[in-house]
Design a binder for this molecule. Structure first.
Ligand code: ATP
Length: 251
């Protein structure tokens, strides 16, 4: 198993945001976490990413215990998270945003060389911009991008850290249906063509049902159901608690 949690919990005072959840992600899998508002999706995500310390339980990456490693350390190991709120440098170009992120992975950095001399780094940044379909916008300031394009850039910044696992937190939040459908295609492409293992927290059911290999349904901090999109959408308990909520853009 590439990534797994063993009865992981996170309590905020008396609130059991995540309560004894077993999560698994296989190599190359695209797994979504869904559930009603307050179900614990983002908290579980943050436990995996190293944003939160676990109250109980363990998190393993390739059988290594990574429970309570910091976000910085999990990122170094190959688990990279994007944010619900975009984290970009608005006054740098699209290209510079990705190159800086790629540079953070370059351990052979030499202070006395100009950044432009890192041709391999520049090529990598351009490759990534092509993958996230922003190559033609590379010279624009990030601040001039549309909301949807900024989310793509954010994914590009995450890809530049060379992740093995990409954690996407509501990537389509605030997008129009047209942007949402394109974003779903992009996520699917990263998973199928780049063989990237992906964990997705997402409210849009057409995205979740359309691209996930498996879905974990949380409710009140606990696992309500887990299975393929068909298994989960046929589950009566899931239908009662969750399905039908949220937006749904169909392709
Ligand atoms: P949403 O779909 O609304 O984003 P979610 O499923 O991601 O919800 P979480 O954000 O993980 O749910 O929250 C789970 C529970 O934990 C909620 O009751 C929330 O109010 C609580 N919670 C989350 N973060 C904190 C925090 N930092 N301090 C206190 N309570 C928190």
């Amino acid at each position: 198993m590439l990534l797994r949690t063993d009865k992981v919990s996170k309590h905020f005072g008396g609130i059991h945001a995540v309560d004894g959840v077993d999560f698994t992600l296989r190599q190359g899998q695209l797994k979504s976490i869904i559930g009603p508002n307050g179900a614990g999706k983002t908290t579980l995500f943050n436990l995996i990413a190293g944003v939160y310390l676990a109250t109980n339980g363990k998190v393993f990456f390739k059988d290594r215990d990574i429970t309570n490693l910091s976000l910085h350390k999990t990122s170094r190991l190959g688990i990279t998270k994007t944010y619900q709120i975009t984290h970009i440098f608005p006054n740098l170009t699209v290209f510079e945003n990705v190159r800086i992120s790629a540079q953070s992975r370059n351990t052979a950095f030499n202070f006395w060389r100009t950044t432009h001399s890192f041709s391999a780094l520049n090529e990598r940044a351009l490759d990534i911009l092509e993958q996230v379909e922003l190559l033609d916008k590379r010279s624009l300031l990030a601040s001039t991008l549309s909301h949807g394009e900024r989310r793509y850039l954010e994914i590009g910044i995450a890809l530049a850290t060379e992740p093995e696992v990409l954690l996407l937190d509501e990537p389509t939040a605030g997008m129009s249906c047209a942007e949402t459908n394109l974003c779903a295609e992009l996520i699917k492409k990263l998973n199928k063509e780049l063989k990237l293992s992906i964990v997705l927290v997402e409210h849009d059911m057409s995205v979740v049902m359309g691209i996930s290999d498996e879905i974990l349904v949380l409710n009140e901090g606990r696992t309500l159901a887990e299975g393929t999109p068909i298994e989960v959408s046929d589950n009566e308990e899931v239908q009662r608690v969750y399905l039908g909520e949220g937006k749904a853009c169909s392709a």
